[in-house]
Design a binder for this molecule. Sequence first.
Ligand code: HEC
Ligand code: HEC
Length: 269
Amino acid sequence: MWPRRVEALLVVAILFGCASRGVQAQSTNAERGAQRFMEYCAGCHGADGMGGDKAPALVSPSNSTHLSDSELFRIVHDGTKGGMPPFAQIGDANIRAVVEFLTRLRNNAPPTNASAEAAVPGDVDTGRTLYFGKAQCSACHLMQGKGGFIARNLTSYGRTRSAEEILHAITNPDTPLVPSSQVATVTTRTGQKLTGPLRNEDSFTLALQTEDGRYHLLSRSDVTDIHYSGHSLMPRDYRTRLSPKELNDIVSFLIIASRNPPPDKAEGR
Ligand code: HEC
Ligand code: HEC
């Protein structure tokens, strides 16, 4: 009997020893992660990882909570086209420490952040169907590589905006009106009328894009009249055309889709 007990005690002692050494190693690594985070990341993402003017939140439900450690590693190592600088130069060990620290930050985030999908106000699948169907958003806006290009690409639009902000943008278009989106009707000397977003205007020329996507470069001396509509092409009646539920569904689709954009689809108009 004795020998077995001694053996068991030994095993426990060894395990305990390893475990406590493990804990120690982990906490120094976590400290290092926290230090590196403050040094390299907090300036843009905020000391608490909640984001700021320069970069999105890293711990809120709308952001990197869905990313695996290896994806996080890759983003930090290589940076992104959207403005995240690469940090390969700080070395893999520092990057791993920062990623570990981020995982801790995420795990300590308030419980409402636990389920990203639950944080959106409506039904994502219905939203997708509406976006490409009845609401015809895709006639003008590119989304994940599909749709029109006369208006801005919405693929990553929902990533940095709250549901309220997106709903506001859909139901109160033109607040503010982007100057290069304003629709104008231009009459030329020959009597031709062209209508569409007036992309550019200077002392000598006008650049107008018609709904077929074509650009028309016009010399001011050839233009007899310009009528400014005060609006963009974005329909102003979604508040009445769609129910509050349908609007929430579309907003939810924009938020969720922006978290998983196809990796190699280039952004742009
Ligand atoms: C100069 C400002 C800046 C610094 C410094 C910076 N980031 Fe970023 N980061 C950004 C921007 C901007 C984005 C959004 C990029 C995009 O959408 O493609 C971003 C995105 C990310 C993302 C992806 C978030 C998501 O949900 O897709 C992660 C993760 C991230 N940063 C981690 C870090 C870490 C870790 C550090 C420090 C090692 C760091 N960042 C330093 C600006 C910065
Ligand atoms: C007839 C074309 C058209 C349709 C249809 C349309 N939009 Fe737009 N939308 C625009 C234009 C033009 C703008 C102004 C900014 C620009 O040029 O992209 C705009 C602006 C927006 C913005 C604000 C963009 C910003 O820069 O802040 C959002 C969000 C948006 N649309 C979402 C939608 C959604 C969702 C739908 C469907 C429910 C929709 N749009 C349908 C043309 C359209």
